[in-house]
Design a protein around this ligand. Structure first.
Ligand SMILES: Nc1ncnc2c1ncn2[C@@H]1O[C@H](COP(=O)(O)OP(=O)(O)O)[C@@H](O)[C@H]1O
Ligand SMILES: [Mg+2]
Length: 271
């Protein structure tokens, strides 16, 4: 994928909080990413719970070994600023004969502080901690090579943005499908499926989980390009599909509860 990176490899971004490590990691397939924060979150429901660190690292080392045993690449999304932390990862890479590649982050100290300050409180690190991380991350490429890394790159020199653009262009995402994310958020969008033969123009689908579903449509009309949710007709006993406009998740909930916040249009009664 990136000519500069051997396959398999263990990639280790080295940088302070806010230096862009997790963003860099997301340029690679999700299955590659071993994140100390995510594992702390999975173990203790809080990515910042330092009391869960030791368990998270034990899990990370195990997962890394399992991937490398299968000649699968990994990106270790952690600060990787401590020599001993890097040593442990380098040893696992060595045991499996997989090259380790260090990636230094080009962000300045001020950029890291600025990004750290605007983070949600739970994900912010104290300024003094960030300063120490930044000092430690300023390790020279030669020192990293001496530790046993087979290559050291600065993230700025790797064409990761191009790679991500290429991946998106090749992903074959259906063109013209209505943007449910913008209206209803990522959480709900994950449960929405459009019917295979709907669109372009009129889109029919449903939010569906298990045996429950809420019909959703977006019908092209001159006056409205919004979404509608399936509800019961305003005429008691009418079995025809009826629809009500929905603008956000609260409207969807109201439609689901049979208490729509807007007019109901019935496919049979209102034509
Ligand atoms: N190259 C970049 N240029 C501008 N902003 C960036 C860049 N990389 C990351 N960011 C932004 O900086 C913030 C911190 O990035 P993140 O990847 O979470 O850092 P880290 O994982 O090192 O703490 C995020 O809001 C992200 O969008
Ligand atoms: Mg991060």
């Amino acid at each position: 994928m990136l000519p500069q990176i051997p396959r398999p490899a263990v990639l280790m971004p080295v940088g302070a909080a806010g230096s862009g490590k997790s963003t860099f990691a997301r340029a690679f397939p999700p299955s590659w990413i071993l994140s100390a924060d995510s594992l702390r979150g999975q173990i203790a429901d809080d990515p910042g719970d330092q009391a869960a660190s030791q368990d998270a690292w034990t899990a990370l080392h195990l997962l890394l070994g399992y991937r490398l045993r299968r000649a699968r690449s990994a990106v270790v999304d952690a600060t990787n600023t401590g020599v001993a932390d890097r040593r442990a990862l380098l040893d696992i890479a060595d045991q499996h004969g997989v090259p380790a590649v260090a990636v230094t982050m080009p962000a300045t100290r001020e950029q890291c502080h600025r990004r750290n300050r605007i983070r949600p409180a739970a994900r912010r690190v104290p300024a003094s901690v960030l300063d120490r991380q930044f000092d430690l991350a300023a390790v020279s490429h030669q020192a990293l090579l001496d530790e046993g890394f087979s290559a050291v790159h600065c993230a700025a020199d790797l064409p990761v943005l191009r790679h991500v653009l290429q991946r998106a262009a090749a992903s074959g995402r259906e063109h013209g499908a209505p943007d449910v994310r913008a209206a209803f958020g990522d959480d709900l969008a994950a449960f929405l499926t459009w019917e295979p033969d709907s669109g372009p123009g009129d889109w029919y689908g449903a939010l569906a989980i298990g045996g429950e579903s809420l019909a959703i449509r977006q019908v092209e009309r001159e006056y409205d390009f919004g979404f509608e949710a399936g509800v019961r007709c305003w005429q008691p006993l009418c079995p025809a599909p009826a629809w009500t406009p929905v603008r956000d998740a609260a409207d969807l909930l109201a439609a689901y509860d049979g208490l729509p916040t807007d007019d109901i249009t019935c496919d049979a009664c209102d034509t």
